[in-house]
Design a protein around this ligand. Structure first.
Ligand SMILES: [Zn+2]
Ligand SMILES: [Zn+2]
Length: 449
């Protein structure tokens, strides 16, 4: 049985009209003029101009079929039988990449130590190449948005409780970003943990949903996601570094006018062709890694969602996942406030132009209040449309996660257990106070954008 509804056989050419009956099945249509008009009964106009859009490619159809299969395996409570085989293949491929890296370093050192003067020069060049091609393991963020334990004891305290509940080590660094997302990763040789919390997402969640979000992110530490293992992660990051060096767009213009430079140009064109070929091979390698690890990766994501439900309760986990469908609504609210701020009367009506041009500073929390108001006003029928769209195009927060509607469906199967970690009103207020400077800074940046 297919998980997804089939696209309609023939889309109607009728123009959508709010509040009128559906041209296909005659049920009354949605009447909120802020949102696209569509029919929840028969999916009419769910995807406007669907007929004009190109259909999915073979690769996309195959990926969607894999996603469906994996969901059904997960829903049946089983594990994917091929995940282990894929993992072994990916590990072997990672081994080849590490061998190339180590081999290049070894060659450079051998030439530098035992070679003649010329060989040592070659060795130096090889060493530079080896350093350039090394895997990138990331670094602890030190820049803007980083919170330290002394400055944010309540947030770190909540994070530690969530981490302990899922069986993860306490996080090393929390960073606040301006993205509608959150992430957890390990960086550097010492594999220190970094939790990134996107404030636009954090601000639209309630306390329980925030706890669920932390539960999902800390789940990444314990969910057996082998994409994040040192062996595989460092190999893929090395492959990305190689691909970045070789990919098209990195070659500059070929200058020169006379016949001698004609030879140089021919050489450069040949070099570019070779580089393009190398880039293509490296890209296929990256695609292969993605193929081999996405199954185990998606399985791990589902497991993280189960942990989110255990930490914060099933309802909160589903609420957090449902919010992931709303980045467009958050953008709309931000644009609206930005437009209003620009149209607001200016302060300081003095003779100085400079003072006249300065906009009145918005209340620090105005943006976040308006975003929350806007999201609360999104009607159920629009939320349903976003959910069905996510089912239709298998959209995910990013390529690394399963489609949001499948995550919600699986979280719903896990039921509504009690929350293992709860947040008191005092704790919530402390966290809000700790984040206040970042809330003001990020609001100002988003409004200036
Ligand atoms: Zn209809
Ligand atoms: Zn995740």
């Amino acid at each position: 049985m297919s998980t997804y509804p089939e696209p309609p056989a023939a889309a109607s050419a009728d123009r959508p009209v709010h509040g009128s009956p559906c041209p296909r099945c005659a049920v009354p249509l949605t009447d909120d003029p802020r949102f696209l008009v569509w029919c929840p009964a028969c999916d009419w106009n769910l995807v406007p101009d669907e007929d004009a859009a190109p259909g999915p490619t073979r690769r996309e159809r195959a990926a969607a079929a894999r996603t469906d299969r994996l969901y059904e395996e997960q829903a049946a409570g089983g594990h994917s039988p091929t995940a282990r085989r894929d993992w072994l293949l990916a590990s072997a491929a990672a081994g080849v990449i590490h061998l190339v890296t180590v081999g290049t370093f070894a060659l450079a050192l051998w030439l530098l130590i035992t070679g003649t003067v010329v060989q040592r020069c070659v060795g130096a060049v090889v060493l530079v190449i080896a350093v350039t091609l090394r895997p990138r393991l990331g670094r602890l963020p030190k820049d803007v948005g980083v919170l330290d334990r002394a400055g944010a004891p309540a947030l770190y305290g909540l994070a530690d409780r969530v981490a302990a509940e899922v069986g993860a080590r306490p996080v090393d660094v929390i960073q606040v970003t301006d993205e509608f997302n959150a992430s957890y990763g390990l960086v550097g040789l010492r594999r220190r943990s970094v939790l990134r919390i996107g404030l636009p997402l954090w601000e639209v969640l309630d306390d329980r949903e925030r706890t669920a979000l932390l539960g999902h992110e800390f789940g990444h530490r314990v969910n057996g996601d082998r994409r994040r293992s040192f062996w595989l992660y460092s190999a893929v990051s090395a492959l990305w570094a190689w691909y970045d060096m070789a990919r098209p767009g990195h070659d500059g213009p070929v200058a020169g006018r006379d016949e001698v430079s004609m030879l140089v140009r021919l050489g450069a064109v040949f070099g570019r062709l070779v580089l393009r070929g190398v880039a293509w091979v490296l890209y296929q390698g990256l695609v292969l890694f993605d193929r081999l690890t996405s199954r185990a990766g998606q399985q791990a994501e589902y497991h993280s969602d189960v942990l989110a439900g255990r930490v914060a309760g099933g309802e909160a986990a589903r609420g957090m996942l449902a919010a992931l469908l709303l980045p467009g609504s958050v953008d709309t609210a931000i644009h609206r406030v930005r437009a209003e701020e620009r149209g607001r009367p200016r302060i300081g009506r003095s003779r100085s132009r400079r003072t006249e041009d300065a906009p009145a500073p918005p209340a620090p929390d105005l943006l976040w209040e308006r975003v929350r108001e806007h999201l609360a006003s999104v009607p159920a029928v629009e939320r349903e449309r976003l959910l069905r769209l996510s089912a239709r195009d298998r959209s995910a927060v990013d390529g690394s996660h399963p489609p949001t509607h499948l995550r919600i469906a699986l979280a719903a199967r896990a039921g509504d257990g009690d929350a293992a970690v709860t947040v008191t009103a005092a704790e919530s207020a402390s966290i809000t106070a700790e984040l206040a400077p970042h809330r003001a800074r990020i609001a100002a940046e988003l409004l200036a954008g």
